[in-house]
Design a protein around this ligand. Structure first.
Ligand SMILES: O=C(O)CCC(=O)c1ccccc1C(=O)O
Ligand SMILES: [Mg+2]
Length: 348
């Protein structure tokens, strides 16, 4: 097992209610398995996953286990609750090698009978003035997107409603709009926002309330605007969210959930309970974006996913083999993740 650090600046930082993400640091993981070298990526996002230092410690410990142990020992040493990004890095490398050895693209390793060429994706638009927000959505629509997610919750509900209204007036009724409050609202603010976003035809709001307020989220449902939970799934609380009937949609971030396999399993469990899975990145480099894309590609009729985040990076680990046209991302059909491990550099 080989672990190499990387750090990539963003050309287009993402402003959310909680923070502005302007740089991503992590580790490329390589692992030889079944005659193949698999590649993975651990890109921790503090607040969502462990810190970069804890991720490095987790991977170093795993590399020690790898000296005498097999892949099962390594996986067992990487706890999804405490070091999800580190586990994601190794689990992705292992899956990439397995899918290569079996001669299938990773999504078919998850779902052998499936064929999926494209996954619908949303454009992700950060916080900004009403005019800036409408400009950004208009540009996305011109580029072919028909689903946009707007970050809200940094300013007042009045200001966010004005932003969404400016967008709706600019792009018309055919574009699906979503919002993401990143847990910023009180119950009172959320109820007010939902009342006013419903006539603007907002499909769902991601994480309107703080992560642990499952009762509040359950009460927000059924108003016409859906409730999607994201932060509430950190620390592997999917079962509590499903038990509380707190969500219409689950936002599944493989980096936060401890790997692509965990995310795929949880997507199936959500579907069984009538909850729609949406797969997103944590603004990752190309290896982790491809891993998330394959998870989404394994889900039949998946809703638009938050995977189109690659163009926010000023540099990447390797060329991105995907393209987005007409609001959907192409899925590589070559084996594994669809990237040549020898092309993945940490000084790209
Ligand atoms: O879902 C998307 O459109 C892109 C991903 C995204 O918004 C995001 C990226 C990094 C950290 C948190 C989030 C989030 O969904 O809250
Ligand atoms: Mg979110």
């Amino acid at each position: 097992m080989k672990v190499d650090p990387f750090s990539l600046p963003l050309s287009s930082p993402l402003a959310t209610a909680r923070e502005t993400i302007s740089q991503r640091s992590g580790f490329v993981v390589r692992y030889d398995h079944r005659g193949e070298t698999g590649v993975g990526e651990a890109t921790p996002l503090p607040g969502w996953t462990e810190s970069v230092d804890d991720c490095q410690r987790g991977l170093n410990d795993a590399a020690t286990v790898a000296i005498d142990g097999g892949h099962t020992d390594i996986l067992l040493s990487l706890d999804a609750a405490s070091v999800p990004a580190a586990r994601h890095g190794f689990a992705t490398a292992l899956l990439d090698a397995d899918a290569r050895a079996d001669g299938v693209p990773l999504y078919q390793w998850f779902e052998p009978d499936r064929r999926c060429d494209r996954v619908p994706v949303n454009a992700t638009v950060g916080d900004g003035s009403p005019a800036e927000t409408a400009d950004a959505v208009e540009q996305a629509v011109e580029a072919g997107y028909d689903c946009c997610k707007l970050k809200v919750g940094k300013h007042t509900v009045d200001e966010d409603v004005a932003r969404v209204r400016a967008v709706r007036e600019r792009v018309g009724d055919d574009v699906t709009l979503r919002a993401d409050a990143n847990g910023a609202w009180s119950r009172k603010e959320a109820a007010n926002a939902f009342d006013r976003l419903a006539p603007l035809d907002v499909a769902y709001v991601e994480q309107p309330l703080p992560a642990d307020d499952l009762t509040g989220h359950a009460e927000l449902r059924g108003s016409g605007v859906g409730v999607a939970l994201d932060e509430s799934l950190v620390d592997r609380r999917v079962d509590s969210v499903l038990d509380a009937d707190a969500a219409d949609v689950l936002i599944l971030k493989p980096m936060v959930l401890g790997g692509p396999g965990n995310a795929h399993t949880l997507a199936l469990r959500a579907r069984e309970q009538g909850v729609e899975p949406v797969v997103t990145t944590t603004i990752d480099a190309v290896v982790a974006r491809l891993a998330a894309l394959h998870v989404a590609a394994a889900i039949p009729d998946v809703a638009a996913c938050g995977l189109a985040t690659g163009d926010r990076l000023a540099a990447d680990l390797a060329p991105d083999p995907t393209t987005v046209t007409d609001g959907a991302m192409s899925v590589p059909q070559s084996t594994g993740l669809g990237i040549d491990p020898t092309e993945v550099g940490t000084d790209a």
